[in-house]
Design a protein around this ligand. Structure first.
Ligand SMILES: Nc1ncnc2c1ncn2[C@@H]1O[C@H](COP(=O)(O)OP(=O)(O)OP(=O)(O)O)[C@@H](O)[C@H]1O
Ligand SMILES: [Mg+2]
Length: 262
């Protein structure tokens, strides 16, 4: 028999940690369309979770429920020890969540540098105040992230002039400004060229390793997600079809039939 003392001596794995995010019974319909139908979803601290599934399976809607960008019909979300089920997106972001969107959301008529400053969580200052009120720590963070993404020469370029892939990286910079514990990326590699996809992979893995950031990454690029994720969740018609390690998912006949074999 294994004693509790022996158990506590065993190596701690991601699965043993109390979850950073615990979502239960998430339901969201749009009129008659049942986009998310009772999803339970946990993310451990520092875990990279891939969220995959066919078009229209509810991936973006689930992210928007978790980030509080849209109201759920029912369900509960604990994040970082707090009940965020009824919070607005801005409050959820302040509690340590960052996200990017399927349709990139940046400020095209602002510079890369100004966009980075816009990414921090702010309160009580208008748009102009936001840029002028950035303290040294915020400016250093923006500089560091822009350098990390190898953007320094583009810092004063209008964001609208960036390539599709660079815009997605800029969105990641913005999401990282407030040092979140969890970042959700929706269609991270869509419209990104193969070289930048490799860079994106290195940034995600670097931020995960160096800052302990957990990620939920919605992806259609199966090669990318299987190479970067610790765990893959497969959504189908608003429900979880499978949840496991990349190896387990690769061997899951139901997933292969419903999705990967397609
Ligand atoms: N704002 C909305 N109003 C009405 N229906 C919506 C809305 N957003 C999503 N839906 C519907 O909800 C379902 C799930 O959509 P969702 O965008 O979450 O899927 P997805 O898995 O992200 O798909 P994709 O891979 O194409 O991005 C779809 O049937 C979609 O048409
Ligand atoms: Mg989507």
């Amino acid at each position: 028999m294994t004693s509790s003392a022996q158990l506590s001596n065993q190596a701690t794995t991601i699965a043993d940690c109390p979850p950073l995010l615990r979502a239960r019974g998430i339901v969201k319909s749009f009129g008659g369309i049942r986009a998310v139908q009772g999803v339970d979803f946990d993310v451990a601290p520092g875990e990279i979770t891939g969220l995959v599934g066919p078009n229209g399976s509810g991936k973006s809607t689930l992210l928007s429920c978790l980030s509080r960008d849209i109201a759920m019909d029912s369900g509960s979300i604990l994040f970082n020890g707090a009940d965020i089920s009824k919070m607005r997106a801005m409050e959820a972001a302040r509690s340590g969540m960052g996200r990017t969107f399927q349709n990139v959301r940046i400020f095209p008529e602002m510079s890369v540098w100004e966009n980075a400053l816009m990414g921090r969580q702010w309160k009580g200052v208008g748009l102009r105040g936001l840029l002028s009120s950035a303290d040294d720590d915020t400016r250093r963070r923006a500089t560091d992230l822009i350098e990390l993404m190898r953007f320094p020469q583009l810092a004063h370029e209008y964001a609208g002039n960036l390539s599709g892939g660079q815009k997605r990286l800029l969105e990641l910079v913005m999401a990282m400004m407030s040092r979140p514990k969890l970042v959700m990326l929706d269609e991270a590699t869509s419209g990104v060229n193969p070289t930048l996809i490799e860079s994106l992979k290195q940034y995600v893995m670097g931020l995960n390793r160096d800052e302990g950031v957990a990620f939920i990454i919605v992806e259609h690029n199966i090669g990318f997600i299987f190479s970067v994720a610790d765990r893959i969740v497969v959504l189908d018609s608003g429900k979880i079809l499978a949840d496991g390690s990349p190896d387990e998912i690769r061997q899951n006949q139901e997933v292969i039939g419903a999705y990967l074999g397609a």
